[in-house]
Ligand binder design. Sequence first.
Ligand SMILES: Nc1ncnc2c1ncn2[C@@H]1O[C@H](COP(=O)(O)OP(=O)(O)OP(=O)(O)O)[C@@H](O)[C@H]1O
Ligand SMILES: [Mg+2]
Length: 248
Amino acid sequence: MSQRNGDAVVLHRVSRRYGSGDGAVSALDEVSLTFPRGSFTAVMGPSGSGKSTLLQCAAGLDRPTSGSVTVGGTELTGLGERRLTLLRRERVGFVFQAFNLLPALTAEQNVALPLRLAGRRVPRARIREALHQVGLGDRARHRPAELSGGQQQRVALARALITRPDVLFADEPTGALDSRTGHEVLTLLRGMADREGQTVVMVTHDPVAASRADRVVFLVDGRVHGELAGAGADAVAARMTGLEAVPC
Ligand SMILES: Nc1ncnc2c1ncn2[C@@H]1O[C@H](COP(=O)(O)OP(=O)(O)OP(=O)(O)O)[C@@H](O)[C@H]1O
Ligand SMILES: [Mg+2]
């Protein structure tokens, strides 16, 4: 298939099935999507529609049963474990609802971790700059337990971006935050797309969060069920209400 230079991630007819026989579940069914560089996309859909599976397959954390995934021009299908691990480490950032910081490490040590794991030099100024970018320049020596939820998620964001990845995936990054703190995290994501040209793909259940993205892709039963570009929260919410009524 054709790969335009301007695409950070391309999924081509990606399917992911779990199990076999009667108990088989089709979590993704021939999903084709393109995420242009510098774009901010939200993924929405009912619970169990395949949103997390989509992110995991696109990030090389899970392998599709069929179809292809291309990140920054490299096709993941067929990569061995070692090369896939390297690609994940260097070219993909991931943040989760649960911030997944290491509790024994300070904020700056958490942020430095991906570079350390990659055996790369860890310039202190770069770590400080990353923390500064997420508004935590004065919290470098704090451990996760000494930070609020929103601050912990911002450390997780700085950590995900320290390798300057081709794409940042976020699975319900504001799911554990109150609306004001969630808003701050969304503003950071929006700014990263606008100012740094960072490609962002975010799963969310919140129409207000989704409306901060350039477009919203809807999933139902493992299939793409349309998308909205530049939609407000009300339009996104109305579309979601419609989707939840789609018969299985
Ligand atoms: N490891 C697994 N083994 C078997 N089935 C799985 C596995 N992981 C996911 N599934 C199934 O695949 C489908 C999609 O799951 P997924 O976690 O991607 O949904 P989701 O849209 O992220 O849901 P939620 O909004 O609840 O997080 C579900 O039916 C789920 O039960
Ligand atoms: Mg999920």
